[in-house]
Design a protein around this ligand. Structure first.
Ligand code: CAA
Length: 248
């Protein structure tokens, strides 16, 4: 198995942590990008990962800021080599119905969840093209596929993310690069914990598997898409949602 350099944005988050652990377990050099103001908690997280047996590097990276992404990717490239596997995982929610949504909540979600895919990928794509090998996995959401009450901003950003996946997949298909989306359903993380309990309960009751997903279940899908073995799946949107939404 080849050892690759992997960058996971939002690597210290709920789903990001499981992805970092899985890619590290496969022998890759893993760098977790974290939101710069979270330096202290990111360092504590790194220590905890180490204690649990996973060695993961850290890089401050504001995914909503194009120039900061350029700086961070240059720093990672200098320290570890060019990024072979990119997982765009950083994301936030600012839920609320459209009739009450402040402009700031629209802009923050679009910047962090959609602009981010461009901001980071733009700085790694040429390295992958030069090498003739790359794996890009964008973490979207079931709510980008089907829409969600109270998530006009989040659903728009996540649907847009898969549009980005499909276009970049076409541009890179003949160059040894695969670009795919994973669309998680409701996964047990701090993001879903922040939801009103009753709302979460009723959504989980509507999941055919009658339970929330585990971060590891997303990480397994990501690890496969990022592997040497996946040379022929590109532009796909892989649902990992317990049957909550099915489509052709
Ligand atoms: N469908 C239809 N109507 C609904 C509804 C639904 N799902 N949920 C609420 N309503 C109705 C209410 O019954 C109420 O009706 P009345 O006005 O007739 O009484 C009305 O809508 C409430 O509207 P408000 O604008 O006042 O909404 P609110 O301020 O009470 O709260 C909300 C709305 C904040 C969006 C809340 O419903 C909520 O948090 N929903 C969860 C959204 C969600 O799923 N977030 C996922 C977060 S995790 C994640 O995003 C990860 C991932 O990828 C899955």
């Amino acid at each position: 198995m080849s050892k690759r350099v992997a960058l996971v944005t939002g690597g210290n988050g709920g789903i990001g942590s499981a992805i970092c652990r899985e890619l590290a377990a496969q022998g890759h050099v893993v760098v977790a990008g974290y939101f710069p103001p979270e330096k202290e908690s990111a360092e504590a997280w790194q220590k905890q990962m180490k204690e649990q047996g996973s060695t993961i590097a850290l890089c401050a990276l504001d995914v909503a800021n194009f120039a900061d992404c350029e700086r961070a990717v240059a720093q990672i490239t200098e320290e570890f080599g060019s990024v072979d596997i990119l997982v765009n995982c950083a994301g936030i929610t600012r839920d609320g119905t459209l009739k009450k949504m402040p402009e700031a909540n629209w802009k923050a979600v679009i910047a962090t969840n959609l602009d981010s895919a461009f901001n980071v990928t733009r700085h790694v794509i040429n390295g992958m093209l030069d090498k003739g090998w790359g794996r890009i996995v964008n973490i979207a959401s079931v709510n980008g596929q089907r829409g969600q009450f109270g998530q006009a901003n989040y659903s728009a950003a996540k649907a847009g993310m898969h549009g980005f996946t499909m276009a970049v997949a076409l541009e890179t298909a003949a160059k040894g690069i695969t670009v795919n989306t994973v669309s998680p359903g409701y996964i047990a993380t701090a993001m879903t914990e922040a939801m009103p309990e009753e709302v979460l309960k009723s959504i989980v009751n509507s999941v055919p598997m009658r339970r929330m997903g585990k971060p590891e279940e997303i990480a397994n899908a990501v690890a496969w898409l990022a592997s040497e073995g996946n040379g022929y799946t590109t532009g796909a949107n892989i649902p990992v949602n317990g049957g909550l939404f099915t489509s052709h």
